[in-house]
Design a protein around this ligand. Structure first.
Ligand code: TA6
Length: 341
């Protein structure tokens, strides 16, 4: 027997909390805590950590883990009556042993399926029945993919907002730029959500930022000059009219087969939130005073327009993250190549 570690392993993490470790043969890995359905680590095949995790992160309910990829559901931020960012990030999720199949079959071995269903207590604060399924996959090239499927199993429609609150690890926030958001409109959370338009330059950082960009493209690049690394963040959606047409035909066929009103909603995640607290880090108890320098949150989100699901409907939102070495010589710092490649 070789000493090779399995592609999926369930073990104990900080404070004895259950976590799933995903490993890909070439050496990349990811860790997912059942507490929050929360990805806390994503490493490349050199073992370098790609997600930011606060040194002061509290792995203890009811506090959400600071860093990684918290799931904001059923409310993003303070856009509603619930606590900030909803409650999915501070509930215990379960391993989903029998998830419904995906339309395309994947050969990846390093994946896990989690499920979150509301408890009696949860129903008191948000009275809607749903099943929230989350698949986390590590692709052959070390890409990290998160697919959320939220199904209304209630007798009434409900609406929610959502985000993958992704904390990326960066060498120095002053050395980072984002490509793909220039010229877009955004709502500035630091100015009472007033609407502005970016003036055409790549986004760079020299102070606190908390913005909701509207109508963002499916692909955004985050370029870390010092690390010579580019993160490419893709959010799924409606890739093109042809795929959409096939998709709806499949849905229609499925609905005829089952003779029930099965409708799967496949929405774009329209917005991207960009956040760095800068000096405000000092007032965040579970974040080191200077740690803002090494983190950047870029968060695919459905915020301004809530998603509404009728009984039986399902919403699906996907995030795909890859990290590639970038150098001027390879041309990967050329924005056009990054976003179109
Ligand atoms: O996504 C940005 C944001 O909503 C900011 O306004 C900021 O407060 C941040 O999330 C962190 O929220 P948290 O509840 O995790 O402290």
């Amino acid at each position: 027997m070789s000493g090779e570690k399995p592609p999926v392993e369930i073990c104990k993490g900080v404070n004895g909390l259950d976590k799933v470790v995903l490993r890909e043969v070439r050496g990349s890995s990811a860790e997912v805590y059942l507490y929050g359905g929360h990805v806390t680590s994503w490493r490349n095949d050199h073992g370098e950590e790609l997600l930011f995790l606060s040194t002061k992160a509290i792995f203890k309910p009811p506090k959400a883990i600071r860093g990684g990829i918290p799931i904001c559901f059923p409310q993003f931020g303070s856009h509603g009556n619930l606590d900030q960012h909803g409650f999915a990030r501070n509930r215990f999720w379960s391993i989903d042993a029998t998830p419904p199949p995906f339309p395309t079959v994947s050969t990846n071995k390093a994946f896990t399926d989690l499920i979150f269903k509301p408890s009696e207590e949860d129903l008191k604060i948000w009275p809607h029945s749903y099943e929230f399924r989350l698949r986390i996959t590590l692709g052959p090239g070390g890409d990290l993919m998160l697919t959320s499927r939220i199904r209304n199993i209630d007798t009434k429609p409900f609406s929610f907002t959502f985000a993958y609150h992704t904390y990326l690890s960066v060498s120095d926030i002053s050395e980072v730029r984002i490509e793909g958001l220039e010229t877009l409109d955004y709502l500035d959370n630091l100015k009472a959500k007033e609407r502005f338009t970016e003036q055409g330059d790549a986004i760079t950082f020299e102070t606190e930022v908390d913005k909701i960009y509207l109508g963002t493209p499916t692909k955004i690049a985050i370029i870390d000059h010092e690390k010579k690394r580019t993160f490419v963040l893709r959010k799924d959606g409606l890739p093109d009219a042809g795929t959409l047409c096939v998709f709806w035909l499949v849905c229609y066929w499925a609905s005829l087969q089952k003779k029930l009103n099965l409708f799967i909603q496949f929405y774009c995640i329209f917005f991207s939130v960009v956040w760095n607290p800068w000096e405000k880090a000092k007032s965040i108890a579970d974040l080191g005073d200077d740690e803002y320098k090494h983190m950047l949150c870029v968060e695919p989100a459905a915020v301004e327009k809530a998603i509404t699901l009728k009984p039986g409907e399902e919403w699906k939102g996907r995030l795909e993250l890859s990290a590639v070495p970038s150098s001027y010589r390879s041309g990967q710092l050329d924005p056009q190549r990054v976003l179109q490649g």
